[in-house]
Design a protein around this ligand. Structure first.
Ligand SMILES: Cc1cc2nc3c(=O)[nH]c(=O)nc-3n(C[C@H](O)[C@H](O)[C@H](O)COP(=O)(O)OP(=O)(O)OC[C@H]3O[C@@H](n4cnc5c(N)ncnc54)[C@H](O)[C@@H]3O)c2cc1C
Length: 441
């Protein structure tokens, strides 16, 4: 016993810097801190404290957490419950077609739908509640500007100040999203390959206030409205009865770029999304016009670690398009995978970090393929998608090897590795890829 205590006291506390307080950085902080006094965690975040901003003034969007993401949260005591309390349980989705026809898809396992800001607020509040400043600190308005890989030093710049300051650490985590500054430092580190691609669609955040009964939307349900104009709206309920959503449209769409006045926007929504339009007061349309158009940068690279002290994860390592709703689920799973590797290699970073790259690479590449090509852009192929899905749902029970569930269904209900999901659906994904490629020319 005394020997054990002496051994524990001999372990040096490692200083960890996490760049970015998105879902992956915050969840990883939970995992590291619950390993006792081994790690002291400092998070540096480019933006201000999200708990101080009104949700409708932030550029947030709804995120669906499926089995994979929920499992990663569940491993930390009380975290899944804290997230569920800020989100809503979704039992199904409803596709609203242009002529008013609706198709309902019931889920085997409910999803949690939660606005990104509410998700990060839940993860952050739990950290602050559980750990004091001797173990955990978060620095807002601090942008990582540079990583000196040789000197093992990270540079930051405070908002409203031209001066940079440098910080040393034992472990640096780049959880700083698709435009990662930490990842950029790898570019000079030899044999690092990076592919960046903008997804074909852009989006704007959308907020629908509490329904005043003009239109009754089923509450425990993700609503998707498709239009004849290549745009669609996705909305999920918030605990206060309002709806958080996004309007997604083809990049450089003349129709969307032409929405410069409230009258034009109202006419556009009445024509394309009459039901959603009834839920949008003029103030929301005005706010929507002010919000910038956002694009999605997707990321593929060949390595996630540098030596024994830097690791990139989440969107920084493998940002994907939101079409399958897996980016955040994969980012949360990254944190759980690193935790498992730290167990396996007894916190030996020189072994655990390269192994993270080795274990994650094939799945991350498969996720990129799946996210880009699980849903067809062509209307004809979309009909085939609906038919395939219905057939697979019935026949899979009897002949699973011949009728695999489609990626969207498999990813929602299971934690089957992404590479395996791609293998099961290779034929369909290749067909969609070919068709989407032709359409995108
Ligand atoms: C419209 C839309 C819908 C989506 N829907 C879903 C969904 O339903 N399900 C799902 O699983 N995923 C979804 N995603 C994807 C999901 O949002 C991301 O995969 C997830 O947020 C990634 O988490 P992250 O922590 O890796 O990075 P991020 O969430 O991007 O967080 C990175 C953080 O780092 C900070 N940062 C960036 N640069 C610096 C710097 N230089 N210095 C300091 N801090 C920095 C940023 O401010 C940010 O807070 C969606 C994405 C979009 C755009």
């Amino acid at each position: 016993m005394i020997q054990n205590l002496i051994e524990i006291s001999k372990v040096k506390m490692e200083k960890v810097i996490i760049v970015g307080s998105g879902p992956s950085g915050l969840l990883l902080a939970h995992y590291l801190l619950r390993r006792g006094n081994r790690y002291q965690v400092e998070i540096y975040e480019r933006l201000g404290d999200p708990r101080l901003a009104a949700p409708s003034n932030t550029r947030s969007f709804p995120i669906s957490l499926s089995t994979r993401g929920k499992n990663a949260l569940r491993k930390i005591d009380g975290l899944l419950e804290a997230v569920e309390a800020k989100g809503a349980k979704m039992q199904s989705s409803i596709l609203h077609q242009p002529k008013g026809k609706q198709s309902l898809l019931s889920f085997k396992t409910p999803l949690i739908a939660i606005d990104r800001i509410r998700l990060t607020n839940a993860l952050l509040s739990e950290l602050i509640e559980k750990y004091d400043s001797s173990q955990f600190n978060i620095h807002f308005d601090c942008q990582c500007t540079q990583v000196d890989l040789k000197a093992r030093q990270v540079k930051f710049q405070k908002q409203d100040s031209a001066e940079e300051f440098a910080v040393d650490c034992d472990l640096l985590i780049g959880a700083d999203g698709a435009r990662s500054a930490v990842r950029n430092s790898f570019l000079n580190a030899g044999r690092f390959e990076l592919e960046q691609k903008y997804f074909r669609d852009d989006y704007k955040s959308l907020y629908l206030p509490k329904d005043k009964n003009e239109t009754e939307l089923q509450p425990d349900c993700i609503h998707v409205w498709v239009s004849n104009s290549d745009s669609r709206i996705i909305a999920v309920p918030q605990p206060d009865g309002s709806w958080s959503g996004t309007i997604i449209f083809e990049r450089d769409s003349d129709e969307i770029l032409g929405l410069t006045t409230v009258d034009r926007a109202r006419e556009f929504f009445d024509r394309n999304f009459p039901e959603a339009s009834k839920l949008m007061p003029n103030e929301e349309i005005e706010a929507l016009l002010e919000r910038p158009i956002a694009s999605v940068l997707t990321i593929r690279c060949n390595r996630y670690h540098y030596e024994d002290w830097v690791l990139i994860m989440g969107d920084a390592a493998h940002g994907v398009s939101p079409s399958l709703g897996q980016g955040c689920n994969a980012a949360l799973e990254d944190a759980a995978i690193l935790d498992a590797l730290l167990d396996e290699y007894e916190d030996n970073l020189a072994e655990a970090l390269p192994e993270f790259t080795a274990r994650r690479l094939a799945d991350a590449r498969a996720l990129w393929e799946l996210s880009d090509n699980a849903f067809p852009s062509s209307k004809l192929l979309f009909m085939e998608f609906l038919l395939r899905r219905a057939v697979a749902k019935t026949m899979n029970k009897f002949f699973p090897q011949w009728f695999p569930l489609l990626p969207s269904d498999l990813l929602r209900d299971t934690t089957i590795p992404y590479a395996e999901v791609l293998k099961l659906n290779r034929g369909w994904v290749s067909k969609v890829k070919k068709a989407n490629g032709v359409l995108n020319v």
